[in-house]
Design a protein around this ligand. Structure first.
Ligand SMILES: Cc1ncc(COP(=O)(O)O)c(C=O)c1O
Length: 348
């Protein structure tokens, strides 16, 4: 019978599984999106003209080197479509962002997955793996699902070893959450080189994941190529209006950033206090290892789910003993820690 309710599964009440912002967007962004619905019968003709100047102002960038996409995944997919093909290679760190292998497969390119060091990309091994077929080296900094990052020095060392005809794609989706002093925003390397592209998003700290707006910053020839292969009218007008308003609300992003930093530190120390191992994170999530074979990550996930808390597990064997928890609101994290704690001491 279609539509029979499954009473054994209740919908999750607390979503800590997709690294969305639990604080939502700026209220000005939501209001701007609602107001833009009044003109929804029209296409947004030129999302770059609408959004790039506001992005450039907020981050101190050159507007003409920015192009907008339907989320940063759209731009990553376009980069792959433009620069990969049979006989070429896409290099990435083996436990990095899980969408990236698809970009190689979809374009008949070879995927080179380079072993990491405790989930941190290994610059030495990546340099050693460069070949004349390397067309894209993809680095997310911070990485997802681990939250690790590369320092400015390490990224520059990788870039310096690359041939000019290979593109370094730096996915900075979580840049706004970083507090490591040796992190260097990727736009500097973009501006100094002819073969570095940075991808950014409104899905994370700006709280607009459902609006689907991302952007790329890169050399003019690369940005020109990305524009040429874009979908016609790729960005919805209410989404663009929301993004522009979100950029202007500095107070909202400052609040989210500091709330995330405080909660990330709190959650890390609580979980470590329970005997779990937390991969040091620079993002809005933590990857947590359950080292006791009698108290597995899989069982912890089930215990959380049974109490309406959804976190993320991954199919890859490297993540077998791990769950990833998005940094939620303090009360959500307290609930999450309470469930894990009683699961570990046996009455969960
Ligand atoms: C590393 C990384 N890159 C890109 C994305 C995609 O973001 P968007 O919503 O902008 O497509 C995500 C989303 O989780 C991500 O974790």
């Amino acid at each position: 019978m279609i539509g029979a309710a499954d009473t054994t599964i209740s919908p999750a009440a607390i979503h800590l599984n997709s690294n969305e912002s639990v604080y939502g967007p700026s209220p000005h962004a939501a209001a701007a999106a609602r107001a833009a619905v009044a003109g929804i019968e029209r296409y947004l003709e030129d999302p770059d003209a609408a959004l790039a100047p506001a992005i450039a102002r907020r981050f101190g960038l050159q507007a003409d080197l920015i192009t907008i996409g339907q989320g940063s995944d759209d731009l990553l997919a376009r980069l792959a479509r433009a620069y990969l093909g049979p006989g070429t290679e896409l290099m990435r760190s083996v436990n990095g962002y899980l969408k990236v292998p698809n970009y190689a497969y979809a374009n008949d390119a070879a995927l080179i997955s380079v072993p990491d060091d405790n989930f941190k990309p290994s610059v030495d091994r990546m340099i050693a793996a460069i070949s004349e077929r390397t067309r894209i080296i993809y680095i997310a900094s911070p990485e997802n699902p681990a939250g690790t990052y590369l320092s400015g020095v390490e990224l520059r060392r990788l870039h310096a070893a690359m041939p000019n005809d290979a593109l370094l794609v730096i996915d900075s989706a979580y840049e706004e959450y970083v507090d490591a002093p040796d992190y260097e925003p990727a736009h500097k390397l973009v501006e100094e080189s002819g073969n570095v592209v940075m991808c950014r998003t409104f899905s994370k700290i700006f709280g607009l994941a459902g609006a689907r707006v991302g952007w790329a910053y890169g050399p003019d020839d690369v940005i020109d190529t990305l524009r040429r292969i874009a979908l016609t009218f790729p960005v919805a007008s209410p989404s663009a209006a929301a993004a522009i308003a979100a950029l202007e609300d500095h107070a909202h992003t400052s609040f989210v950033r500091s709330a995330n930093l405080g909660s990330r530190t709190w959650l890390t120390s609580e979980l470590e206090g329970l005997g779990l191992q937390v991969v040091p994170s620079q993002a809005n999530f933590v990857l947590v290892k359950f080292p006791n074979p009698e108290k597995t990550a899989e069982a912890a996930d089930a215990a959380l789910r049974a109490r309406g808390i959804s976190v993320r597990r991954f199919a890859s064997p490297a993540f077998h003993d791990f769950i990833r928890i998005t940094i939620g609101r303090p009360e959500e994290l307290r609930a999450c820690v309470a469930v894990i704690s009683s699961f570990l001491i046996g009455d969960g």
